[in-house]
Write a protein that binds this ligand. Structure first.
Ligand SMILES: C[S@@+](CC[C@H](N)C(=O)[O-])C[C@H]1O[C@@H](n2cnc3c(N)ncnc32)[C@H](O)[C@@H]1O
Length: 308
C-alpha cells in the first residue's frame, strides 16, 4: 500500500522536514519519495492529524499517463467524488474529473459531489496522473481556532499554532514523550505538543506567563503538564529527563540584555542529548546555522534550527 501526502507549497522544504519528523515520531524510518509537492511512503501511518503543512493524505489506487487507457483495479462501493489538483503543467480539471468519474463508475456506486462516502483525488504532475482515495484531510481552520486572540490568555509574543505544531513535529517526539519549552510564554508550543499526546513541560520567568500557559493548556483539555516560574537555565535540572527541547527564544525587548539569553540557552543545550528545535531572529547562533528561514511579514524573518 502506498500513501501520498500532498504537501503545502508555501515552504516546501519545511513541509518535507515536518513530514520526516512526524514519521520518526511514529517510529517510521522509511524516507518519503518526493515528486513536486507529493511525498509517497509505503508504511501505514497513524496520528495523521498531527501534520500542519500537509493538505491531505490519500491511499494510492493508481498512476497513469493516459486516463483513456486507465483500468482501475479498485472502484468505490458507494457514493464518491473526484477532485483534480494540478501540481505541474497545464490540464483541464473538469475534464479529468469527469473522465476519472466515468472510469470509476459501476452499477453499485454513484457520483455525489455534496456528501460523498469516498473522496477520490487525482494529482496532475506533468504527463502523469496519480490517483488516490482520501484517508485524512488536514483542516488548517482548526489551527486558526487556537490562534492567540482566541485563547483565554494571550500576548503578542505568542507563536502561530501552525508554526508551533511544525516545531513540535520537527522534534520527532512520540506521543507519551516529554517536551520542554524553557521560554514558554503563553504556551503556544506546549498546547500543540499536548494535543499530540506529548507531555508539556515549561518555564518562564514571568508569573503571568506561567499562570496563562496553564490556563491555555487546560482550555484544550491538556491537564497533565508541569509549568513553573523559573529561569530557563534551571529548567533541565527541574524536569530531569525530557525527550526534546522546543522553543522560541525571546526577541528584542523580551531578551533584555542582548547576548545573555543566547549564552543561557547555549549553556542549557550544551550537554542535552535529546532533540533540540528552536526559532530565533538570527540565521546563526554560536557555531550553529539555521536550517529554515520563515518569512513572517515585511521586515520580520525568523529562523528555525533543528539539532541532532
Ligand atoms: C518569544 S516568547 C515565547 C513565546 C511562546 N512561544 C508563545 O507561544 O507564547 C519568550 C518568553 O521567554 C520569557 N523569558 C525571557 N527571559 C527568560 C529566561 N531567562 N528564562 C525563562 N523565560 C524567559 C519571556 O517572559 C517570554 O514569555
Amino acid at each position: 500500500m502506498t500513501y501520498t501526502y500532498r504537501l503545502a507549497g508555501e515552504n516546501l522544504e519545511l513541509a518535507e522536514a515536518e513530514l520526516e519528523g512526524f514519521l520518526k515520531s511514529q517510529r517510521i524510518d522509511e524516507k518519503p519519495e518526493t515528486r513536486n509537492r507529493l511525498a509517497e511512503i509505503d508504511s501505514e501511518p497513524n496520528q495523521l492529524k498531527r501534520l500542519a503543512l500537509t493538505h491531505e493524505i490519500t491511499q494510492k489506487i493508481g498512476e497513469t499517463s493516459n486516463l483513456d487507457n486507465f483500468t482501475p483495479d479498485w472502484t468505490p462501493e458507494d457514493s464518491f467524488s473526484v477532485k483534480c489538483k494540478i501540481l505541474e503543467g497545464e490540464a483541464d480539471n473538469q475534464r479529468i474529473e469527469e473522465k476519472l468519474g466515468e472510469k470509476l463508475s459501476t452499477e453499485n456506486n454513484e457520483v455525489d459531489l455534496e456528501n460523498p462516502e469516498t473522496e477520490i483525488y487525482v494529482y496532475v504532475l506533468g504527463g502523469n496522473k496519480i490517483i488516490g482515495k482520501l484517508v485524512q484531510d488536514i483542516d488548517r481552520g482548526l489551527f486558526n481556532k487556537r490562534s492567540n486572540e482566541k485563547r483565554p490568555f494571550s500576548s503578542p509574543v505568542s507563536l502561530d499554532p501552525v508554526l508551533a505544531r511544525v516545531l513540535v513535529n520537527l522534534s520527532k517526539t512520540p506521543a507519551g514523550g516529554k517536551l520542554l519549552d524553557p521560554f514558554c510564554g503563553t504556551g503556544g508550543i506546549l498546547i500543540e505538543a499536548g494535543l499530540c499526546g506529548i507531555q508539556p513541560l515549561g518555564t518562564d520567568t514571568k508569573k503571568e506567563m506561567v499562570k496563562g500557559t496553564k490556563e491555555n493548556l487546560e482550555k484544550y483539555g491538556i491537564i497533565s503538564h508541569e509549568i513553573s516560574q523559573k529561569d530557563a537555565e534551571k529548567s533541565l535540572s527541574k524536569f530531569g529527563n525530557v525527550d526534546a527541547i522546543v522553543t522560541d527564544l525571546p526577541y528584542g525587548k523580551a531578551s533584555k540584555v542582548e547576548g545573555e539569553i543566547e549564552e543561557k540557552f547555549l549553556d542549557l543545550i550544551k550537554d542535552f542529548d535529546g532533540k533540540t528545535v528552536f526559532m530565533y531572529d538570527k540565521p546563526n547562533l554560536g557555531d550553529m546555522k539555521a536550517e529554515f528561514e520563515i518569512y513572517v511579514h515585511k521586515n520580520l524573518t525568523r529562523y528555525i534550527y533543528s539539532l541532532r
